[in-house]
Design a protein around this ligand. Structure first.
Ligand code: AMP
Length: 182
């Protein structure tokens, strides 16, 4: 599947799991800024050292730092890709639109995977990642509402938004995505 997609949605909605599986099934490039940043932290790079505390709090890494790691990963026009966890702010969304226009690889769809707040908290607590403590989860949901949720209107206005219900099992959600995209 040679599509250019992004996944949007609150933390805990299942974006990462679904993005990884969809990309693997269809031979697309899966670009998760969270994974890329965690790799920088684990490798102890200068960027990793700078962003570590920000990520532990559940705050957003600066737009400049995130854009620097995304740029250059989208250069192969022959492969479909799936952005996961990026963009997360309007500044990032505008920068992405500019970059894709420059590359003549327009985005084809922004897929919103949505889920009610109480279910999100439950899922995040079950996941048990280092930044999944109760305090951090509350902060990440607040940051999502404030900084990322406005992207829903951004992509809706551009006629690119599709919505998928994030409630249910991994396989049920995967089937909804396949119906939507293939
Ligand atoms: P995720 O794996 O997508 O939940 O991301 C984990 C953490 O990495 C987030 O809580 C942020 O601190 C940081 N992060 C990931 N993607 C971005 C982004 N696009 N903009 C800013 N910070 C990000």
């Amino acid at each position: 599947m040679n599509q250019r997609l992004l996944f949007l949605g609150p933390p805990g909605a299942g974006k990462g799991t679904q993005a990884q599986q969809l990309a693997a099934r269809h031979g697309m490039l899966h670009l998760s800024t969270g994974d890329m940043l965690r790799a920088e932290v684990d490798a102890g790079t200068p960027l990793g050292i700078e962003v570590n505390a920000v990520m532990e709090r559940g705050d957003l890494v600066s737009d400049e730092q995130v854009l620097a790691i995304v740029r250059g990963r989208l250069l192969n026009p022959n492969q479909g890709w799936l952005l996961d966890g990026f963009p997360r702010t309007l500044v990032q969304a505008e920068a992405l639109a500019d970059l894709l226009e420059e590359l003549q690889q327009p985005l084809q769809r922004a897929v919103l995977i949505d889920l009610a707040d109480d279910l999100l908290v439950q899922r995040l607590l079950n996941r048990g990642r280092a930044d999944d403590t109760a305090d951090t989860i509350r902060n990440r949901l607040r940051v999502y509402q404030e900084k990322t949720a406005p992207l829903i209107a951004f992509y809706e206005e551009r006629g690119l938004l599709a919505r998928v219900d994030g409630e249910g099992t991994i396989d049920e959600i995967a089937a909804r995505l396949e119906d939507l995209l293939t």
